[in-house]
Write a protein of this length. Structure first.
Length: 505
């Protein structure tokens, strides 16, 4: 089925999320929609899927104009979507999830679950998915859950499939398997729209590439284009993609974690007897698929978890049991994984956000009085130093782009006398240009002798920054290996396999 989007425009108030976008996807083609977070990719696909109504433009399938009042109309016309965050009911079986919203019945009005099982089995065999129709979704690995999403779409005769950032929660091996599935779907005549910001995946699987920036199509590219060329199209300037760093000059272990265990408010063991150390002048990167205890680990280090056992010593001083303020004052810099929730106050100015963890002491506060002159001077200096794109230091943080918001957080944390930097998902939701800058500043902190703990689900980021890599799976450490460990080995570790003898560092 041939898909055409002509002149699609979608506005949210004064914000133009999609600006007269044209896109053509041929039958049996994998067409990649490449762009940074916030570029307008997902908005465009939500228009296609009937979740949003376009203000201007039209959608055509095989030359016929379509009018979708909702996702049901889009599905009926042959369009399916595999969302980044799966739309599955964990306590239902695969077959029950597949038939949900498209229930068939037998005589007497009873649900025909046998027909759903048969459909799952047929599609699974056709594409080699190996999915048990009677398995509970909550018991399936993430990669298999994604296959259930694909089966669900194909069971409704989808001839155009939209994959929205489909590899965000996959290991490298699961990502490779998904690329193979996409090729199979293409060979069967299915048209695929692949939304991503990951250059490696684009070049591996796409037939054609359309690049969107700030809601507009800024160009098309061939899969033979280099990463540098694609990155330049995405951000509008030349970008240095490689992180340049010398061999580390290692000092003594500064952060020593021993037997750290965290139990969440529901009583689940989320971090299980974790022990490691980070030396001065070293970046230890924590890798793993999201949801394997990394978030709770960083929160425990910062005093944000209540039920914690074990010890966390920074330069010999115990942090377990200390308040968050005391931990920060001991020299811990923290870049949280959700900057809007934990890193910034959106209705505070840039200047106010830059003093958040120093709001009770000089030079910003004396005798209980805010020293506005000192704060303004400091804020202007950090805006220049960290290249924060803004009209002034009195602009609300919520009005900045994601990359500039992250720079504010980084500027605040790196402007203190640090004994440890903890950076969780430091480049999540920021553009390629900001990634380049943030990586450079993290390496500079390491070169200044600061021990750095980076937590990231982006394996490219882990490989770029790490001197050593610690892989977590289901709350435990699978292994700690050198920063140059091959990607396939890391992928197996992320799936819970212990590294071969001699790989651990």
């Amino acid at each position: 089925m041939k898909l055409e989007l002509r002149g699609i425009t979608k506005r949210f108030g004064s914000l133009v999320a999609n600006d007269h976008i044209d896109l053509t996807v041929e039958a049996g083609e994998i067409h990649c929609l490449l762009g940074e977070n916030g570029a307008g990719k997902s908005t465009l696909m939500n228009v296609l899927y009937g979740l949003y109504q376009a203000d201007e433009g039209e959608v055509l399938l095989d030359g016929e104009v379509q009018h979708f009042a909702g996702p049901g109309d889009a599905m009926a016309a042959g369009i399916g979507m595999v969302h980044q965050h799966f739309m599955l009911i964990p306590v239902f079986t695969v077959a029950e999830n597949v038939m949900l919203g498209n229930e068939s019945t037998r005589t007497g009005g009873l649900l025909d679950l046998a027909a759903a099982r048969e459909k799952v089995t047929e599609i699974s065999k056709r594409f080699g998915f190996h999915v048990d129709p009677d398995a509970l979704v909550e018991d399936l690995p993430v990669g298999v859950q994604q296959r259930v999403e694909i089966i669900k779409a194909l069971s409704r005769d989808a001839r155009v499939l939209v994959f929205d950032e489909p590899t965000a929660v996959l290991t490298p091996q699961e990502t490779d398997e998904l690329m193979g599935i996409m090729r199979q779907l293409k060979e069967s005549g299915t048209s695929i729209v692949f939304i991503t910001h990951k250059l490696r995946e684009v070049r591996e699987v796409a037939d054609r590439i359309t690049v969107i920036r700030l809601g507009k199509v800024v160009g098309e590219a061939s899969p033979t284009a280099s990463n540098a060329e694609l990155a330049s199209l995405m951000v509008g300037r030349t970008v240095e993609l490689k992180v340049h760093k010398e061999e580390p000059t290692l000092g003594e272990p500064s952060l020593v974690v021993d037997g750290l265990t965290v139990i969440d408010p529901l009583g689940h063991l989320v971090v299980n007897d974790v022990s490691f150390e980070v030396r001065r002048g070293e970046i230890l990167a924590v890798a793993g698929v999201q949801g394997n205890g990394q978030t709770e680990l960083t929160e425990a280090l910062l005093g944000l978890q209540e039920r914690v056992e074990g010890t966390v010593r920074l330069e010999g001083v115990e942090l377990v049991g200390a308040s968050v303020r005391r931990i920060l004052e001991s020299g811990v810099g923290f870049v949280p994984e959700d900057r809007n929730e934990d890193g910034l106050v959106g209705e505070f100015t840039i200047a106010e956000n830059l003093m958040l963890n120093r709001s009770e002491s000089p030079p910003f506060v004396r005798a209980g009085n805010l020293q506005r002159g000192a704060l303004a001077e400091f804020a202007r200096e950090k805006v220049r130093e960290f290249d924060i794109r803004t009209q002034g230091i009195d602009v609300w943080a919520s009005r900045l782009s994601g990359g500039n918001q992250q720079k504010v957080v980084l500027a605040r944390e790196l402007s203190r006398d640090l004994r440890l930097l903890v950076a969780a998902q430091p480049t999540r939701g920021v553009d390629v240009g900001s990634i380049e800058f943030i990586h450079k500043r993290i390496v500079e902190a390491r070169d200044a002798g600061v021990p750095v703990l980076v937590v990231s689900t982006e394996l490219d980021e882990v490989e770029a920054l790490a001197d050593r890599i610690m892989v977590m799976y289901r709350g435990r450490i699978v292994g700690i290996v050198p920063g140059n460990t091959p990607r396939d080995v890391l992928g197996l570790m992320m799936a819970g396999e212990t590294p071969a003898e001699g790989a651990a560092a």
